[in-house]
Design a protein. Structure first.
Length: 163
């Protein structure tokens, strides 16, 4: 059985890509010590994105880019990641196992807001948030959660959904 953890991500400033690479490096270290620990396969969303990737279990990593405001009363309109959202709308979200988001904690209520919107839109758990490029501890936490959600999917054939 292929137990790779697939990540579909979009990276505007390079922060999301850097964190995905950090998670993949952590996965490679875990796999080197224990071959049963899954590796990470990362797929950046671009104009050449192969939508067939969505036919297998996957996780989505998104940055937060909004149109200003406070994230509560105003400024909750997503920008720059809309093309990925539209691709996911057209794809197989039954295989979307979890959402991971990033942002800047200085933006208070807007921190990770795009990921929170995706979780609600696609009825998929938000499994973690990290700041900017993330750190090693956040990468380890996100990896462990991805493994947990993937193992559950492989055991039950169903993704976890929001309560």
């Amino acid at each position: 059985m292929d137990n790779a953890l697939r990540i579909v991500y979009i990276s505007i400033s390079g922060n999301t890509e850097a964190f995905v690479e950090r998670v993949a490096e952590y996965a490679a270290q875990k796999h080197a010590k224990d071959a049963s620990q899954p590796l990470v396969e990362a797929y950046e969303y671009t104009e050449q994105f192969d939508e067939q990737i969505l036919d297998q279990p996957y996780f989505v990593f998104v940055p937060t880019y909004l149109d200003g405001g406070d994230g509560i009363h105003t400024g909750y309109h997503e920008i720059l990641t809309v093309d990925l959202r539209d691709e996911l709308d057209a794809g197989n979200t039954d295989n979307m196992l979890g959402i991971v988001g990033s942002g800047n904690r200085n933006f208070n209520a807007q921190f990770g807001l795009t990921a929170k919107h995706y979780a609600r839109r696609f009825n998929t758990p938000l499994i973690g948030l990290y700041e900017l490029r993330g750190n090693a501890e956040e990468a380890a936490t996100i990896y462990a959660r991805m493994v947990k959600y993937a193992n559950n999917f492989h055991a039950t054939g169903q993704k976890l959904v929001l309560a």
